[in-house]
Design a protein around this ligand. Sequence first.
Ligand SMILES: Cc1ncc(COP(=O)(O)O)c(C=O)c1O
Length: 453
Amino acid sequence: MSFVLHRQVSQPAPVAVAGRGAWLIDAAGKEYLDACAGAAVSALGHNDPAVARAVVDQMSRLSYAHTSFFSSESAERLAQALVEAAGEPFSKVFFTSSGSEAVEASIKFARQHFVEKGESQRRHVIGRWQSYHGNTLGALSAGGNKLRRALYGPLLLDMHHIDACYAYRGLAPGESLDEFGLRMADQLEAKILELGPDTVAAFIAEPVVGATLGAVTAPATYFPRIREICDRYGVLLIFDEVMCGMGRLGHLFAFEAVGVRPDIVCIAKGLGSGYQPIAAMLLTQDVVQPLVDGTGSFMHGHTYQGHPVACAAAEVVLAKISTPEMLRRVRDAGKRLVEGLRGRLGNSPHIGEIRGEGLFVAIEFVADAVTKAPFPHTSRLNARIKQEAWDRGLLVYAMGGAVDGRSGDHVLLAPPFIVSDEEIDRIVELFAEASSAALEQVATAGSRPGSSR
Ligand SMILES: Cc1ncc(COP(=O)(O)O)c(C=O)c1O
């Protein structure tokens, strides 16, 4: 009997009782290799003693002080470390407790920035289809994850979307990747012109699309063109690096990987690495200045923002994930993972694409690799893979809906950065076994008379 409202309401989740490195252990003693770090969260793996010590130490001195009265030493130190790591022109940090809250804060900050500048007609936010910015209503409205938006449609705010830059399914015949990147970026200009250039406040995008499409990187031309367009029309560029940032791509910030500096960056997951709930928005001085010159206060806040204990944990996490050795390890381990997957699965007729960067890797499954036709969503391939992997003691982030919000199956692999080579090889092996077992089930179900296929 459980009193927790679990994600599957009538199916309580097994209880996790311990964590060690890249592994989690449940109450029955079963061990799971955490190949997705939860949801790309546990960058440092589980039970790092230095983070635990920092938490206990902070807790024993100061556990909480409301930010309307006080700042804290750990928040000040963490903000300084983040600004120094991000470099010019970033100058300020606003802490929150989740990625969704960081995104909400960025949207509200963008709005206030323009009001303070005397441009209160700027109210529109543009996002992209097939991307995710969080589950609170503002973040869900900015995002384009059709699956997660569907139920809440009547509650969502009126925000606008351009298409995802998803080359595997979007490239036109004869078009180069660079041309595709420019064509997709130009949709932003068209949307700004349609809405009225002086009415648009911000464009928000994940530099690498995470859960919704599965580690989809943009061609090299895409984000530089996006930056140009934002500059041309005075629109703020917000990067949602909640999933792909904080070292996951082998760079501390995802904006380093795409070579473009946004005006606002949202970070989360890897920043707390699961040790504490913490997220942040980093702002450039240009974005902050109108508030300094104007009302002097950001009209937004949360009770637990800048929590001293969360900041103390993140300080240690940040110091560990930002070393050149750790970032190199992410790139090397990511290469090994992709090569292993390509070697083991690359010849399967049901692998559409194996893609990603650093330790942010996805496998897209298709019914037919030539036509790229997906499996019907009723075959529940991604859920079957997750279950088969689970049975083998492997945790993977499986998703559906990449094609049209319903069909399309992909699996995200985003192991902790401290994963060993042996563990990577084991992930590849167990994943190959799990996916072929799931594909077999789908084939068997499909050949039965009256099946949904
Ligand atoms: C890109 C991105 N943005 C925002 C969020 C929301 O973060 P949280 O679940 O911490 O609210 C997520 C969560 O998966 C995410 O992947």
